[in-house]
Design a protein around this ligand. Structure first.
Ligand SMILES: *Cc1c(COP(=O)(O)O)cnc(C)c1O
Length: 393
């Protein structure tokens, strides 16, 4: 007989999913109601409002796509890119590569602006790409590269796109809820996010928002959107406006209870306070890691507080260390990706998981295992270093 699955209580400090609070898990377990129940429609409206708050936008077309962040990415590309369109795609990690795939599958041509992994998107290179391709319709970039822990200047990139008469598509999967995201202030045209990173909700939902210029572009399309499920014209009938809703698909009812609860928690804390918490815990973690003798992989200027790339010291067995963390400490951290595989660890401090206890726990666990592996680290100093950051506020 196959028996029920009872996962252990892990501490999730990787690139996502992050720890989900018991409050959000509790919301998930509430009774399922019909997705056209008037009470559920009311919940949908509240979720829209809460997402507008999280994205800092008045955009009417703001909703949670019923699928993970990758589907939010695809929703932005399939709706905005038409065959023959030129799209400048910035790549400084894994996710820019996926944007290129999306552009090409929509029949567009992707002009790649490549930067080293571990560096932010270079504005001058993007400017040069616009100059060389004046017919560019869209600029696409990743705000917070989870594969490297690097933040790019979203405000400047969106302004650049607008100046060149192009729309912007911004990946904010890892940024939303962790660092500033200001859709209206920055003039973002389309943005997608995910629920399992700094929103600390369960995986599987992707908040998206489209501005007026993007909606106009969608409404003027000559080619049908290649994806039926992600066609915003159809989805709008389900999530759109007030009054009647046309059945499109069955919303993941309980998942949306969870998202609603996670967004309420963000609202209660306040965006500024949540960002300050992410920053403080990041500073404490870095202080501890550096005191121990480890080095960060990304320059301080571009570091994401919610995703910390750490250089693996010479002679350390990466896989053995991560499996010891998991098996002995129930602690998950991320491995390096792509060109950084085997060279870095990615320690997430995302959403609910960004707390003092996790910082201390991770430092202690890392120290114990590195010490056992004979790595050249200093014991007994990481925790006091982190503590002093907390004590300074
Ligand atoms: C996680 C992530 C995605 C993909 O989200 P999924 O929910 O895994 O599909 C896209 N972009 C970035 C920057 C991410 O970190």
């Amino acid at each position: 007989m196959t028996t029920s699955f009872h996962p252990p209580h892990r501490t999730l400090m990787g690139p996502g999913p992050s720890d989900v609070s018991s409050r959000v898990l509790g919301a998930l377990a509430r009774p399922t109601i019909g997705h056209l129940d008037p009470l559920f429609l009311q919940l949908m409206d509240e979720i829209k409002d809460l997402l507008q708050f999280a994205f800092q936008t008045q955009n009417a077309l703001t909703l949670p796509v019923s699928a993970p962040g990758s589907a939010g990415m695809e929703a932005c590309f399939v709706n905005l890119v038409s065959p023959g369109d030129t799209v400048i795609v910035c790549q400084n990690g894994v996710f820019g590569g996926r944007m290129k795939e999306n552009v090409e599958r929509c029949g567009g041509s992707a002009i790649m602006v490549a930067d080293n992994w571990g560096e932010p998107v270079n504005l001058e290179k993007v400017e040069a790409a616009f100059d060389a391709n004046p017919d560019t319709a869209i600029l696409a970039f990743v705000h917070a590269e989870t594969s490297t822990g690097v933040q790019s200047d979203a405000a400047a990139l969106c302004a650049l796109a607008t100046r060149h008469g192009a729309l912007s598509i911004v990946d904010a999967v890892t940024s939303l809820g962790g660092i500033e995201v200001a859709v209206d202030k920055w003039g973002v045209d389309a943005m997608y996010s995910g629920t399992q990173k700094c929103l600390s909700c369960i995986p599987g939902i992707s908040p998206v928002t489209f501005g007026e210029r993007a909606v106009e572009r969608i409404n003027k399309r000559q080619h049908r959107v290649q994806s039926w499920f992600l066609d915003m014209q159809l989805v709008m009938g389900y999530w759109g406006g007030t009054g009647k809703r046309a059945y499109h698909h069955t919303a993941p009812v309980n998942n949306l209870y969870a998202l609603h609860e996670a967004l309420i928690m963000l609202q209660e804390e306040g965006l500024g306070a949540a960002q300050a918490r992410h920053l403080r815990n990041h500073r404490a973690l870095v202080a501890g890691l550096e005191a121990m003798g480890l080095a960060m992989a990304v320059s301080e200027r571009y570091r994401l507080p919610q995703l910390n790339s750490v250089l693996i010291p010479e002679g350390v067995d990466d896989a053995a260390l991560r499996s010891a963390l998991l098996n002995e400490f129930d602690l998950e951290i991320g491995a390096g990706l792509g060109s950084l595989a085997g060279k870095t660890w990615r320690i997430g401090l995302m959403g609910f998981a960004s707390n003092e206890r996790n910082v201390a726990y991770c430092l202690c666990a890392l120290e114990a295992i590195l010490h056992r592996q004979g790595a050249p680290i200093t014991s007994g100093v990481a925790l006091p270093a982190a503590r002093s950051v907390f004590d300074d506020g």
